[in-house]
Design a protein around this ligand. Structure first.
Ligand code: IPD
Length: 268
């Protein structure tokens, strides 16, 4: 298989759509078989596993040489130089899925030499799709996305999310308590990939979360970046290192600085 980003995106969209259909069908049939993972709040359903298996099988059949990093089954070995590695969250927003809240998604990205070159996020409940290729822009269907232009941090609607570990949540709660007085308001929708697409579309002015995994943000991060959103870590760190901050260039600076100060003061 080649590494043309347009071709990779085409395949990703096809596979992600089928995966979303499986997730939706399994949700309609009944949720059974709920297990917990790292903590009691970290759930995985039979659908997470079935959807991941379906995507892995489809990719393996079509592109047997590629690597795959998936949320539920982990990783094949490190990809060779110049090879494609797929990064998959079969159901981002598993808790929403469990409750039937229509905010859960299949997130699939293609990475080459550490750079995400194509990504798709499909809201499995609604069928909405966000796509991007490196240098090719971000799209919702055939509409090109360009984010929002808020006039200041105080006029910014900011999304966030919480991890599953209790100590991390305490820290996240303290950071949130400090931020909420500095912004227009906070949203916690429950699926990081969709949050990043919301910033790309201007439905949020910013989003941040500490402790994301690559599958949570690989595809949505490219969609946001290609829409002109700044996606970075704190104090020049890589976005995936600790806290990821995504915001319109109009407010990235003040949002970053507020979060860096609160994160440092919040200890943990
Ligand atoms: C979770 C969601 C959530 C975020 C968590 C993620 P999952 O992914 O994206 O919004 O706050 O950090 O783990 O577990 O539903 O795939």
């Amino acid at each position: 298989g080649g590494t043309n980003s347009g071709e990779l995106l085409e395949l990703a969209v096809r596979v992600a759509r089928e995966a979303a259909a499986t997730a939706r069908r399994m949700r309609a049939e009944a949720i059974d078989d709920v297990e917990t993972k790292s903590t009691a709040t970290d759930v995985v359903t039979a659908a997470d596993k079935a959807v991941e298996r379906q995507v892995v099988e489809a990719l393996r059949a079509m592109r047997p040489g590629d690597g795959i990093l998936g949320e539920e089954y982990g990783s094949s070995e490190e990809p060779l130089p110049g090879a494609v590695r797929w990064i998959l969250d079969p159901i981002d927003g598993t808790v929403n899925y469990l409750y039937g809240l229509p905010q859960y998604a299949v997130s699939l990205a293609a990475e080459v030499d550490g750079a995400v070159v194509a990504g798709v996020v499909v809201n499995a409940a609604t069928g909405d799709e966000w796509t991007a290729t490196l240098g090719g822009g971000a799209w919702r269907g055939d509409r090109r996305l360009s984010g929002s232009t808020p006039s200041g941090l105080g006029q910014s609607l900011v999304g966030t999310g919480f991890g599953y570990d209790a100590r991390r949540r305490e820290h996240q709660g303290r950071v949130l308590a400090g931020l909420i007085t500095q912004v227009r308001d906070i949203r916690r929708f429950g699926a990081a990939a969709l949050d990043l697409c919301a910033v790309a579309e201007g439905m949020l002015d910013g989003y941040y979360e500490k402790g994301l995994n690559p599958w949570d943000w690989a595809a949505g991060g490219l969609v946001a970046t290609e829409a002109g959103v700044v996606v970075a870590g704190l104090n020049g760190a890589a976005p995936g290192a600790e806290m990821l901050v995504a915001a319109s260039p109009a407010v990235f600076g003040p949002l970053h600085d507020a979060l860096a100060a609160l994160d440092a003061a919040g200890g943990a």
